[in-house]
Design a protein around this ligand. Structure first.
Ligand code: MN
Length: 507
C-alpha cells in the first residue's frame, strides 16, 4: 500500500501544430520537457510525470490516446496547448481516450517580459487562447476533465495536480478490482443494497459473494505458530487487557481473533481481493464477529463494509489509495448517536458520535489503542475482541455512496472533529465526535434529504476536491454539504440533478 503510487505514471501531452515552423516546435518541446520534468521532480507530485513528444497532427493525437488507454501504469493524461492546436485535430483521439484528463492551463513563462516581448514571443506563448480552443472541444464533446489554472511552479497549481493524480490512482486501482462479500446483506436493510452490475460498469470493480464456509475452511487451517506470533504483535502494539494476555482467562478469545485476522488476510491475499464485507447475521461456523481483524485489515489498506455494504468497502479502498503516504487515516464509519446539547449553555455543542459495533480503522486512532473483549449483544456469537480508541480533533470528511436506482450518488459532508468533552468509560468501541458543516440542523437535514447512508468513509486527510475529482472521472453525481450549504438551494440542486442524470442516462 505504501508504494502503490510509485509505479503509476501520468503522461504529459503538449499540443501544437506545424504552422509555426521547426524552430518554434523545437522550443515548444523544450518548454514542455522542462515543465514535465519540473512536475516529475516536485516531491508533492506522488506519481511519475512522463513527457510525451509534442503532438501536431490528428494521427499523432489519436496514437498517444490509444497508447495511454493500454499502458498498464498510465493513470491519466495532462494536456497543455503551448501554442495553438486546432481542436478538430483532437476529435479522433478524445473520442477513444479512456483515461482521466487534466487540462493544465499554464504557460512556460510566469510573467510577461515587458521590455522584450515581440510577435515571436506572442506566437510561441499563446496557451491563453490555445487552451481555450482545446477547452471548447472538450465541452463540445461533453467530456469530463479537471481544469487547473496557473503557473506550473505555483504551489497551489501543483497541489491541485497532486489531488487529481491521487484520485486518478484510486480510479485506476478500482479497474478490475475484486471485492469479497462474505454472506449477503443485513436482512431488510435498504441502503447497503445496490446494482453490482451497474457498479462494475461505472466504477470498474466487481463484487462477488462467497459462503462463510469458504472462509471458515481457511480459518481452520491457520497454524498455531502464526496465532502465537500475531498475539505477541497485539501485545506489543496495543494496551492489551490483562484477561486477554497469555495465561489470562480470556486469552482464548484473543487467539480466536488472531485466527480470524490471519484467515481473512490469507483469503484476501490468495484471491487478490482489495476489500470485503461481512454481516453479523451470517457467521456460520465462526466463533466471533471479526472486530480487531477488520480494524487492522482496513489499516493495511483493504476496503471494508459491515452488514454487506460493498459500496462503502470499495469507496474506502479508493480513499485509502488517494491518501497513500499522507498523515492521518481513513475508516469505515457510522453516524451512531447524537448529543443535541443544552441550548442554555453556549459551551455545549451539538455533536454526532460516530462509531460502529466494532469496525473502525485504527489508522484514525489518537494514541495507542486499547485491545479489549466485551459482549456484542447481537448476533449470538462469542464476545469479540476489538480495538478501543478516541479520534483526534480536526477537520474531516464523511463520504457516502448510494444507489439511486438510475445512478449512483456520492455525498460528501465536511465535518469538524472535536476531542470528547467527557470520558466514555463504559463505551467499549472506537469512537469519534464531530460537528457537521455548516451546522447540525442543516448538515443532517441535507444528508437525509439526499438519501445519504448511515455508513460512510470518514477521512482525516482528504478534502472534498479529491472526491470531486474522483466522482468526475467515474462520471458519478457528487453532492457536497459544506460550510456554504443552504437547504433550499441544496434541495433545488437535488431536483436539478434528478433531471440532468435522467437525461444523461438516456444519451
Ligand atoms: Mn452498520
Amino acid at each position: 500500500m505504501t508504494h502503490i503510487l510509485e509505479k503509476y505514471e501520468v503522461w504529459f501531452v503538449t499540443g501544437s501544430q506545424h504552422l509555426y515552423g521547426e524552430e518554434t516546435l523545437k522550443q515548444v518541446a523544450e518548454h514542455a520537457q522542462a515543465i514535465a520534468s519540473g512536475l516529475n521532480t516536485n516531491e508533492k507530485v506522488p506519481v511519475r510525470i512522463v513527457f510525451k513528444p509534442v503532438v501536431t497532427t490528428p494521427d499523432e493525437i489519436y496514437k498517444v490516446c490509444q497508447e495511454a488507454n493500454v499502458a498498464p501504469d498510465c493513470i491519466g493524461i495532462i494536456a497543455w496547448m503551448h501554442t495553438f492546436s486546432p481542436a478538430k485535430m483532437w476529435i479522433g483521439g478524445l473520442k477513444v481516450l479512456q483515461k482521466p484528463l487534466l487540462h493544465l492551463h499554464t504557460q512556460y513563462n510566469r510573467d510577461i517580459p515587458w521590455a522584450t516581448i515581440d510577435m515571436d514571443f506572442m506566437n510561441l506563448n499563446q496557451s491563453a487562447h490555445g487552451d481555450r480552443e482545446f477547452g471548447f472541444m472538450l465541452s463540445r464533446m461533453r467530456l469530463n476533465r479537471k481544469v487547473v489554472v496557473g503557473h506550473w511552479q505555483q504551489e497551489d497549481v501543483v497541489e491541485r495536480l497532486n489531488i487529481w493524480t491521487r484520485a486518478a490512482a484510486a480510479r485506476h486501482d478500482l479497474q478490475g478490482a475484486r471485492f469479497v462479500r462474505f454472506g449477503d446483506n443485513m436482512r431488510q436493510v435498504a441502503v447497503t443494497e445496490g446494482d453490482k452490475v451497474a457498479a462494475e460498469m461505472q466504477f470498474g470493480y466487481s463484487v462477488n459473494g462467497y459462503g462463510v464456509g469458504d472462509l471458515v475452511k481457511v480459518l481452520n487451517e491457520v497454524p498455531d505458530a502464526a496465532i502465537d506470533q500475531l498475539c505477541a504483535e497485539y501485545e506489543d502494539s496495543y494496551n492489551l487487557a490483562s484477561t486477554l494476555r497469555k495465561g489470562g482467562d480470556q486469552n482464548s478469545s484473543l487467539r480466536e481473533a488472531a485466527r480470524i485476522e490471519l484467515g481473512i488476510r490469507n483469503f484476501l491475499e490468495t484471491g487478490n481481493f482489495k476489500g470485503y464485507t461481512n454481516t453479523f447475521e451470517d457467521l456460520h461456523g465462526m466463533v466471533q464477529l471479526p472486530g480487531i481483524a477488520s480494524q487492522r485489515l482496513m489499516a493495511a489498506g483493504y476496503g471494508f463494509g459491515a452488514e454487506g455494504d460493498w459500496k462503502t468497502a470499495a469507496m474506502l479502498r479508493a480513499m485509502k489509495v488517494m491518501a497513500t503516504g499522507l498523515p492521518g487515516g481513513n475508516s469505515f464509519m457510522e453516524d451512531y448517536t447524537y448529543h443535541f446539547a443544552d441550548p442554555a449553555n453556549p459551551a455545549d455543542s451539538q455533536l454526532v458520535l460516530g462509531a460502529h459495533m466494532l469496525e473502525i480503522c485504527e489508522s484514525i486512532a489518537d494514541g495507542k489503542p486499547h485491545c479489549e473483549v466485551h459482549p456484542l449483544g447481537i448476533g449470538g456469537k462469542a464476545d469479540p475482541v476489538r480495538l478501543v480508541f478516541n479520534v483526534a480533533a480536526g477537520p474531516a470528511l464523511n463520504v457516502s455512496v448510494i444507489d439511486m436506482g438510475n445512478r449512483f450518488r456520492i455525498l460528501a459532508n465536511e465535518v469538524e472533529a472535536v476531542a470528547p468533552p467527557h470520558d466514555l468509560p463504559k463505551l467499549p468501541v472506537a469512537r469519534v465526535l464531530w460537528k457537521p458543516q455548516p451546522d447540525m440542523q442543516t448538515g443532517c437535514a441535507a444528508w437525509i434529504q439526499a438519501g445519504g447512508a448511515h455508513h460512510t468513509v470518514y477521512s482525516q486527510n482528504l478534502s472534498v476536491e479529491y472526491i470531486e475529482d474522483f466522482a468526475d472521472m467515474v462520471g458519478v453525481e457528487l453532492v457536497t454539504i459544506d460550510k456554504d450549504t443552504r437547504l433550499r438551494q441544496f434541495q433545488n440542486e437535488l431536483r436539478w440533478n434528478e433531471v440532468y442524470y435522467q437525461m444523461k442516462g438516456g444519451f
